[in-house]
Each structure stands twice: as structure tokens, then as C-alpha cells.
Design a protein around this ligand. Sequence first.
Ligand SMILES: Cc1cc2nc3c(=O)[nH]c(=O)nc-3n(C[C@H](O)[C@H](O)[C@H](O)COP(=O)(O)OP(=O)(O)OC[C@H]3O[C@@H](n4cnc5c(N)ncnc54)[C@H](O)[C@@H]3O)c2cc1C
Length: 402
Amino acid sequence: MVIVVGSGAGGATVARELALAGIPVKIIEKGPAIQSKKAFNYYDPSEEGIDLLKTSCVGGSTLVAVGNGVRVLENELKNMGLDISLELDEIEEDLEIGPMPDSHIGDGTKLLMESSKSMGLNIQKMPKFIRSKDCSPCGRCSFGCPKNAKWSAADFVSEAQNAGAELISETEVTELIVENGRIIGVKALQNSEEINFLSEIVILSLGGVETPRLLQKAGIEAGNNFFMDTFITVGGVLKNVGFKDEVQMNALIIKENFILGPHFSTFLSAQLKEKGVTDKDILGFMVKIGDESSGYVGPDCIVKNNTLRDVRFLAEGAALAGAILVEAGVNPDTIISTHPRGAHPGGTAAIGEVVNENLETSIKNLFVVDASVLPTAPGAPPLLTIMALSKRLAKHVISEYK
Ligand SMILES: Cc1cc2nc3c(=O)[nH]c(=O)nc-3n(C[C@H](O)[C@H](O)[C@H](O)COP(=O)(O)OP(=O)(O)OC[C@H]3O[C@@H](n4cnc5c(N)ncnc54)[C@H](O)[C@@H]3O)c2cc1C
């Protein structure tokens, strides 16, 4: 039997693959199973000094993902001996990834695309895992889809259950049980009661913050190299543009040091409200960078500072975002930025540092697959790559198990 801890991008994918191969699987998940439209209630409280977005529920942070499906770190991983090209192809097919039809590209996004093109910039529609036939654009992707029109890892959990996997939700794994250098199970809390779950193989997919904390308790030096793909949203006033209710991040500009995608943030309207501006008057761009892996996740803290390089990349992105917004007709005197935030925590149990190329730790049969194994910040949506690594790990476990 295999225990998978966490049911987000990494956990749900590996559990589904193992269950479909006929291997008995227990998925242990801290959060509850919820309707996707309620996901915004399950954002974790902020850690001190850092604005980091992630959710605790069945399906993990994928419930609030905005549906961007981009291949990242493919070459970097290939250079480390991990070829995930085939698995990425499979995931793209599973999630039916592709650009949305013009009917689902809002007026504000179209304006930003036209303005970018008129400035000679290469802007493309974002590849999405949103079923356009079920989607009535409302701008609520990151709250949890009200129409369930977006793939989430909860879909893979259901498929795993249909193939025989057991889901144990609302149960928090608190410790690893190790004997003679081998994993033999996990300790967990369920309704304040401690329970031991025993298994000869354990796969950790608690995400880039909680996985290293669990590893640290077992004496493994994890938590270094923390990144979060730092982002800001830059926006300003264009009367009645109505951009807030569009499918967000529906276009993409890739530059060497940052990416840009059309994005609304309530942090912009909060700052502009005093000037009589309403949400429907704001047009914006997200600027996202692959930040330096200079942070640290400790048992009770996250240390994360913006390095000089990070600030320079954010400033470069903000300057270009501002120029496109002005070209689109935004009043230059109103352009402002949010504070830096992160939604892609990872790097804290990196391949080559904490896990080997089979994603195994120094504890025998204890594997990790989630954002924490990524070797470096992708600076772009990481889901597909995490899932491709999960498929690869499943193949390895199946070959060892049988
Ligand atoms: C607002 C937002 C939008 C995003 N949009 C996109 C996008 O469009 N495209 C993209 O590629 N990426 C996107 N991301 C990032 C993506 O969602 C994450 O990178 C990805 O989900 C990380 O996968 P993971 O397996 O590492 O962790 P998660 O998916 O977060 O899963 C971790 C799971 O472990 C559980 N867990 C934690 N601790 C314990 C414990 N002690 N015991 C049991 N279970 C535990 C959690 O409850 C959670 O279910 C977005 C993220 C956010 C926050």
C-alpha cells in the first residue's frame, strides 16, 4: 500500500496514476472536500512578513488556480537527467489545454493585446485548462470556479477514488514514522485524536511550505532554496473598462526576466477607491518573476527577502506593463502597483539537494512530489511540470512495487 500525503497538483496526480495501475493507495489530506465555488474560504492564513497564497482543501491550491497551463523548466530538468516531455504531453491531453475562444477573451484583455502588438511586443493567448463551454466569464477563477468549468486536482482525486483509492480528508499528518532508515508510516491528527497510518511507501505532496517542515521533523535538512515566483499587479484607471469580470491572465507576454498577463487585483481598487474609482474602471497587468531561491522555510517561520536582482526584474516588468497600459488608454497619473506577493511556493526539497532523480529522500521509500522538488523558480505557472514529475514518479513506484 502507498500513502500519499496531500491532494494538490502533486499528490492527486501520483495517487491517480497508482490507483489506475491497481496499487492500493491512501490519500491523507488536511483540508475538507469542498465545492469549487467555496475555495476562497480555504486560503491559508498569511505567515508573518510574507503574502503567500495557497489553500488547504481536497485538490489543494489547484482549486484557486486561474487555469494557466504552461510548460516550464522542461530543459532545466532534462539537463539534470529528468526528461518529462512525454508526461507533459500526456498532461496537456488529460487537461485539454489550449487557448480560449475569442468569446472568452474580454474587452480589456483584447485592448491590452492590441496595444502590446502595436508596440511590437509578442503577446499570445494563454493556454488554459478551462472548459469554455461551461465557463461564463466572471473573473472569479482565483476564488474557486462558480461553474466548476476549470480542471482541478479534486477531479483527479475522484478518478483515483473510482479506481479504488481511499481518501482520508480533514486529517493532518504531523510526523513521519521511520525505522532503521526506512519509512514505515505517518502520524496524523484527526478530530484532535492521534492516529498512526502504516505503509511501506510514503509520498509527500504537502506543497512547498509544509513538505519541508515535515522532513525537518525527521532530521532531513529541507527548507532552503525557497522561492515563490514573486508577482505584483500594476494597474490604473480606464473608465468603464469592465475588466474585473473577465477571465484573468488570458494572455501572455514572455520576456527574459519576467512574464506579463492581464490581471485585476482588489489591492489596486483599495488604493484607488478614495479617488472615487470603482472596480469596473481598472485595467491591470500581473508582473511575475522567477525570484532567486534565497528564502528559507523553518518550523515556525518563512524568511523571504526580495534580492536586488528580484527588485530590478520587477521594476523592468512594471515599466513595460505601465507603458502598455498607457498605450491602451489608461490615465498615466493613476498607475499604481500592489505589494509583492507569491502563489508558487517551492524549491524547499529540491532535486539534487534533498531528493534524488527518482524523487526519493535519504529515508528509504520516502518520496516527495510537489512544488518543493522544483530545482529553481520557474517564473511562470508550475502546475503542469509538478504533475509531469508526479506521473514520472508513479512509473518508478509501479516498477518497484510490482
Ligand atoms: C491564486 C493562485 C492561482 C494559481 N494559478 C495557477 C495557474 O493558473 N497555473 C499554474 O500552473 N499554477 C497556478 N498556481 C500555482 C499552483 O496552484 C501550485 O503551484 C500547485 O498547486 C502546487 O502544487 P503542490 O502539490 O505543491 O501543492 P498544493 O496544490 O497546494 O497541495 C498541497 C496539499 O497538501 C495539503 N496539506 C498540507 N499540509 C498537510 C498535512 N500536514 N497533512 C495533510 N495534508 C496537508 C494541503 O491541504 C493541500 O491540499 C496558482 C496558485 C494560486 C494560489
